[in-house]
Design a protein around this ligand. Structure first.
Ligand code: PEP
Ligand code: MN
Length: 624
């Protein structure tokens, strides 16, 4: 049974509700959510719902049909995001957990950790206590292994995920690990689950070799039941089927099933799932496409010589390639791969004290805000701003440490105003991200498609939905400069002959109806956003420049030749009239190449010789 609380319920009312549940023989667990908060009644007591319905602060009493409550979507409609220090699992970033099957020795583990950190991986795995089928196989280094893992964390900043096998070792493992793993063979070790319910560390619960989804969720419920530990991450690692071509069968069906039944994030481990190194990357990609919060993979410096699970361990090269592919696939499902190498630089202390929030243009619910979360993670605070210029101002004045602005869209083209502002303001590009943009036609509830006469749309949004709008010539298109704001506008106007073009999230936020989803002219509709800061990043594989050339034959060619000579790959070249100087142009260039600082300085020096004006807009890690 769950008691849905009224919005604005007071602490005293909550205490009263908890007391009433206790005196009726149940255990109350408060679950606070963004959309609604509830008190779940757990335990075996049979309570009369009508008693509880009358309590102050209770809006509704619902029966939960499932044998698990705290793990169910019914209790918490929104996705849970599990925080691990400054990282999170679930939400808009995809995580990669990588490392050897077992901590073999200090040297191999530290080597692995350093390689992973260089690639941008954020979580290190490795068993110190190993569940082995044969009693004669290597059983792990035990506490010595835990110490090595902790040393690797110190050295690299990677978060450590490691297995705990016995209830009396939970406290020990929790002292060293950032995330405690419960292995497939222990999914129903109930004493272990209960012990993990008492700690305040996230638990990664692997699916049992032949466990059903509901059995798995009941095991998760054991960890959640005490109400102390709310941080459970599920991990699909393949189940036993009749198939013998692979070690196990990765049950990707489970992903949409779990998405429906639980709010908990789910990782997929295709290493144990397939048992074969070359099958791991395709399954990892499929997992992310199917909605996984990330993947766990085994990797080894020399898989042929691995103490355990060598045949399924990736080489570093294979992992590097997989990361690139994951980075490319993540925006398709509205996420971003969380790589430490793509993080913005630490905030520079400049001028007066910095605020914390990241500035973007638009109202809450705007695509830009989504891009901010995708880039910085879900715990970031945001600062909505009326115009792009305000975003630049907030960054320059130190009011916000970062700003994020759109720079180009795959269907609508460049956002020229931001190019101009990048020249005008002394700010630096420190990162970039790509967001898939899916537009919806949004109206007040009850509005029918045939009632629509007016459309409120941002010119960029209208350009991206050009085909859809062209097919409806009777509609008049009114320009607004804020997609989420246009939804609010027709809501406030109570207009029933108007619709707005914005994200489905904006519709949800303003409680409006989506009349049609996916109205952009092509599904491959991405917007690239730049992250700007007052101080440069100075590190990364991408450089953005703007320059002017003399007005004589070959002038532009000479500048391009410099890029060729330095083996820099031009990814974008765009010319733009200089404001106030008719028929004179600036050239914007993006180029990628891992140049050392010295090589980059040499390339820029050569470029200066052939330009009348040159500004480096930023050197930063590109979104691959
Ligand atoms: C592991 O991840 O180290 C492991 C032993 O996996 P599983 O419990 O899924 O077999
Ligand atoms: Mn293994």
């Amino acid at each position: 049974m769950i008691l849905v609380l009224k919005p604005g319920v007071t602490d005293a009312e909550i205490r009263g509700i908890e007391e009433a549940v206790r005196s009726a023989g149940g255990s109350p667990v408060l679950v606070e959510g963004k959309e609604r908060s509830v008190v779940a009644v757990v335990g075996t007591a049979k309570i009369d719902p009508s008693q509880l319905e009358l309590l102050p602060g209770v809006s509704q009493v619902l029966r939960v049909g499932k044998p698990y409550k705290l793990a169910s979507r019914e209790v918490k409609p929104e996705d849970s995001i599990v925080r691990v220090g400054d990282l999170s699992i679930g939400g808009s970033q995809i995580v990669v957990v990588a490392g050897p099957c077992t901590v073999e020795n200090r040297k191999m583990l530290l080597e692995t950790a350093h390689r992973l950190a260089e690639m941008g991986v954020t979580f290190l795995r490795g068993g110190a206590f190993k569940p082995r089928t044969s009693p004669y196989a290597f059983q792990g280094l035990g506490e010595e292994g835990l110490r090595i893992l902790a040393e690797a964390r110190e050295a690299t900043g990677l978060k450590v995920v490691t297995e705990v096998m016995a209830p009396d070792k939970v406290e020990l493992v929790a002292r060293y690990a950032d995330v405690l793993q419960i292995g497939a063979r222990n999914m129903q070790n109930f004493d272990l689950l209960k012990e993990c319910a008492q700690i305040r560390k996230p638990v990664l619960l692997k699916r049992g070799l032949s466990a059903t989804v509901d059995e798995w969720l009941q095991s998760a419920e054991y960890i959640l039941q005490a109400g102390k530990n709310r941080d459970v991450i599920l991990c699909e690692r393949g189940i036993r089927t009749f198939e013998t071509a692979t070690r196990n069968t990765v049950d990707l069906n489970a992903l949409p099933v779990l998405r429906e039944r639980t709010h908990l994030p789910v990782l997929v481990d295709p290493s144990h799932g397939t048992g074969v190194r070359r099958y791991v990357p395709p399954l990892a990609l499929a997992a992310v496409a199917a909605g996984a919060a990330g993947v766990m993979v085994e990797v080894h410096p020399d898989p042929e010589r691995a103490v355990s699970d060598g045949p399924q361990s990736l080489t570093f090269e294979m992992l590097e390639r997989l990361l690139r592919d994951l980075e490319a696939i993540a925006p398709v499902v509205g996420k971003r791969l969380d790589l430490s190498t793509k993080r913005p630089p630490p905030r520079a202390a400049r001028g007066r004290a910095h605020g914390e929030a990241v500035a973007f243009q638009g109202e809450p619910g705007a695509f830009s805000e989504k891009a901010v979360r995708q880039f910085f993670g879900d715990s970031v605070r945001t600062s909505p701003s009326p115009s792009f210029r305000d975003v630049f101002e907030k960054v320059l004045s130190g009011e916000c440490p970062y700003g994020l602005v759109p720079i180009e869209n795959t269907l609508g083209g460049s956002i020229h105003q931001n190019y101009d502002l990048l020249v005008e303001y002394d700010v630096h590009i420190v990162g970039e991200t790509r967001l898939r943009v899916v537009h919806s036609l949004i109206a007040n509830r009850g509005t029918r498609l045939e009632d629509i006469r007016r459309i409120y749309a941002h010119p960029q949004a209208a350009a991206q939905c050009e085909k859809f709008l062209r097919a409806r010539p009777a509609w008049s298109i009114l320009q607004v400069y804020d997609t989420a704001g246009s939804v609010r506008m027709i809501k406030e106007e109570k207009a029933f002959d108007a619709a707005a073009i914005a994200s489905a999230e904006a519709a949800r936020r303003f409680d409006m109806e989506v009349l049609k989803e996916g109205i952009e002219s092509d599904p491959r509709n991405y917007t690239r956003f730049l992250v700007i800061a007052a101080e440069p990043a100075r590190k990364g594989d991408k450089v953005s420049l703007v320059y002017g050339t003399a007005n004589r034959p070959g002038a532009l060619f000479r500048t391009l030749e410099v890029f060729a000579r330095h083996a820099m790959n031009l990814t974008k070249l765009e010319s733009r009239p200089i404001p106030g100087k008719p028929w004179e142009y600036l050239f914007y260039v993006d180029a990628t190449e891992d140049l050392s600082n010295r090589q980059m300085a040499a390339a820029l020096k050569a470029l200066r010789e052939h330009t009348t004006f040159l500004k480096v807009l930023g050197i930063y890690p590109g979104a691959s």
